[in-house]
Ligand binder design. Structure first.
Ligand SMILES: Cc1cc2nc3c(=O)[nH]c(=O)nc-3n(C[C@H](O)[C@H](O)[C@H](O)COP(=O)(O)O)c2cc1C
Length: 263
């Protein structure tokens, strides 16, 4: 099979044009639907993602009802879920594979850690394919880890059965804002050759300098370490999300087999 080939410059230019976009072109505040053939091909791209063990341990919930969109926007604290042309909740899903086994007369095994490993992996690969396909059509989008801000409410609202765990939401639309090209950590700290390279303090400081602009807000200069501290530092946002995620993982039987408190 032959496939169209692009030059390295074209591939670089395509990925350099990626921007996370949070404001979309609307019709008086209402979402402008994607043409059916665009929607069809981005969903096709999602389903063409490779998958471990042939299992496809993921599901998307496409949000179409304005009331559901509005509620998910509220629960995730990401308003653009209500206005994007398309919005999805991307989930790890081990419910369906258990059903396939049961319907065929087999007993499903016990593998809660594997469920997280493959379920999130499959969900991310499919979601990435969808976003990349949308970008190929000229749209931009935004992943929304903010689902962790309202996880129990989202599980209930979307009627997610046991075995289905939201990973993130994903919005797609025509950009209605100019967004900056956001930096990345220097390659030697991310791509290791043969053995892991532990960064020196100087390399980490240099990486932090390079990343600082990603944390700039308005006229305020960026401070990446401060931003990361607000998320991942002691008393930060992730510590608040942790017990809720464990609780929902236990309730959904994905990856957190007991309800022991966070220590
Ligand atoms: C898994 C994931 C979750 C994210 N969650 C949010 C979110 O909840 N809200 C938001 O506005 N952006 C979110 N983002 C977007 C990131 O902030 C963005 O990708 C990052 O700042 C890099 O910017 P760029 O994609 O424009 O290069 C998320 C991205 C990923 C991959």
């Amino acid at each position: 099979m032959t496939r169209p080939v692009q030059s390295p410059e074209q591939v670089r230019a395509f990925f350099d044009a990626h921007r996370t976009v949070r404001q979309y072109v609307t019709a008086d505040g209402q979402p402008i639907p994607l043409p059916p053939e665009h929607l069809d091909v981005i969903l096709h791209a999602a389903q063409r993602a490779p998958t471990d063990a042939t299992a496809q341990l993921y599901s998307f919930v496409r949000l179409t009802d304005p009331a559901v969109r509005a509620r998910v926007a509220e629960l995730t604290t990401n308003a653009h879920i209500a206005t994007a042309s398309e919005a999805f909740v991307v989930c790890a899903d081990v419910h369906r594979v258990r059903r396939v086994l049961e319907v065929a007369g087999y007993a499903p095994g016990e593998w809660p850690a594997i469920a997280v490993h493959f379920g999130i992996g499959d969900a991310v690969m499919a979601g990435t394919n969808l976003l990349t396909a949308a970008e190929m059509l000229g749209y931009q989008g935004c992943w929304i880890g903010g689902v962790l801000n309202g996880l129990p409410g989202i599980v209930e609202l979307l009627a997610l059965p046991e075995g289905v765990l939201p990973f993130a939401a994903l919005t797609i639309g025509r950009p209605a804002e100019d967004t900056p090209y956001r930096p990345r950590v220097p390659r030697p700290l991310v791509v290791h050759t043969d053995t892991y390279h532990v960064g020196t303090d100087d390399e980490i400081r240099e990486a932090t300098e390079i990343m600082n602009p990603i944390a700039a807000r308005g006229d305020r200069p960026g401070d990446w370490a401060r931003l990361l501290n607000a998320y991942f530092g002691a008393g930060g946002g992730m510590e608040k999300r942790e017990p809720v995620l464990r609780e929902v993982m236990a309730a959904q039987s994905v990856g957190w087999p007991d309800r022991s408190p966070v220590t």
